[in-house]
Design a protein around this ligand. Structure first.
Ligand code: WAQ
Ligand code: MG
Length: 253
C-alpha cells in the first residue's frame, strides 16, 4: 500500500493538505485528484504544491471510526459554549481550554493558520517543536465500505454536501484519539466559508458542532490535548503510524 500526500501553499503560507492510502494501481488517480483539490481551494491558488508518494513499510492498523454525534447550535456563540462544556466534562482544565480557544481564534502561527496542530498539555503548555508547522496527523484513510456507511448515514441527516469535510475530519480525529496520551481534540476549519468544527474524544466520540466561528473568518486550527506523553513517541505515532478506518462507528444525535 502507498501513502499519497498533498500540501499546498502560497508565499510560504499554508492553503490546504490532504492524503490517501491506496494500492499501487490507485497512485495516479489519487495524485491527480489531490492536485485538482490543491488548485481549486477557496483560500486561493497555490504557488507551491507538494505531492509525495511513498510505500508504507509498517503494517496498517485497521480501526473503527469514532461515533459521529450531531448537535444543533444556532450560532458560533452557542457553539463555543457547547465546546467549552464538552472540554470541561472531559477534564481539560479551564485555563488550558481558554488558551487553546484563543490561539485558534487569533491564528496560532503568528496571526495565520498553522499547517498542523497545537499539542497542549494539561498545564496549557504548547509542546509542538515548530509553532508554525505544528504536528500533523498523517498516514490515514478510510476504506470504500466504511466511506459508504458514513455517506448513507449523513445523507439521512441532510448533510451530504459536507461529506468530504466530515469524512476527512472523522478519519483524522479517529487517528488522533487512537494515539496514546490524547485526551481530547478541538478543531474548527480555517476555510472562510466553513463554520463547523468538533470536540473529539474516546469517551464522547466526534461531537460535530455546526458553528464554531462566523462565516468569512479565516482563523481555525486544531489542538490535541495530551497528558503524560513522551513527545517524540507521540509525534512519531501521529505522523508515521498508518491507520485505515474500515468501519463507521455510527451516528448519534
Ligand atoms: N494534522 C494536524 N492538523 C491539521 C491537519 C493534520 N493532518 N490538517 C489540518 N490541520 C489543522 C491546520 O491547522 C488547519 O489550518 C486546520 O487544522 C483546519 O484544517 O463538518 O476542514 O482542513 O464535521 O480546514 C471540521 C468539521 C472541519 C467537519 C475541519 O479543517 C464537519 C477542516 P481544515
Ligand atoms: Mg482548511
Amino acid at each position: 500500500m502507498f501513502s499519497v500526500r498533498m500540501h499546498a501553499s502560497r508565499g510560504g503560507k499554508h492553503i490546504s493538505g490532504a492524503e490517501r492510502i491506496i494500492e499501487d494501481n490507485g497512485i495516479q488517480a489519487a495524485s491527480q485528484s489531490l492536485i485538482d483539490r490543491a488548485l481549486s481551494h477557496e483560500k486561493g491558488r497555490p504557488d507551491f504544491i507538494n505531492i509525495s508518494v511513498e510505500a508504507l513499510e509498517k503494517p496498517i492498523r485497521h480501526i473503527t471510526s469514532l461515533p459521529l454525534v450531531l448537535t444543533h447550535v444556532r450560532n458560533a456563540v452557542e457553539g463555543k459554549a457547547l465546546a467549552r462544556r464538552l472540554l470541561l466534562t472531559l477534564g481539560i482544565p479551564l485555563l488550558c481550554m481558554e488558551k487553546a480557544i484563543s490561539l485558534l481564534e487569533n491564528g496560532a502561527a503568528g496571526g495565520e493558520s498553522m499547517r498542523g496542530a497545537i499539542v497542549m498539555n494539561m498545564r496549557g503548555e504548547r509542546l509542538e517543536p515548530d509553532k508554525y508547522r505544528g504536528v500533523r496527523a498523517s498516514r490515514m484513510d478510510i476504506t470504500e465500505e466504511a466511506s459508504m456507511e458514513l455517506a448513507c448515514a449523513i445523507e439521512r441527516e441532510g448533510l451530504s454536501r459536507y461529506f468530504t469535510h466530515i469524512s476527512e475530519a472523522l478519519v483524522l480525529a479517529t487517528k488522533v484519539e487512537s494515539v496514546e496520551g490524547t485526551v481530547a481534540e478541538l478543531c474548527w476549519s480555517d476555510d472562510p466559508s466553513y463554520t463547523a468544527g468538533y470536540v473529539a474524544s474516546k469517551e464522547l466520540g466526534y461531537v460535530r458542532i455546526p458553528h464554531l466561528k462566523r462565516e468569512g473568518n479565516c482563523n481555525g486550527g486544531r489542538v490535541f490535548f495530551v497528558d503524560g506523553i513522551d513527545l517524540n513517541n507521540y509525534i512519531h505515532e501521529m505522523e508515521k503510524a498508518p491507520i485505515l478506518v474500515n468501519k463507521f462507528g455510527g451516528l448519534r444525535k
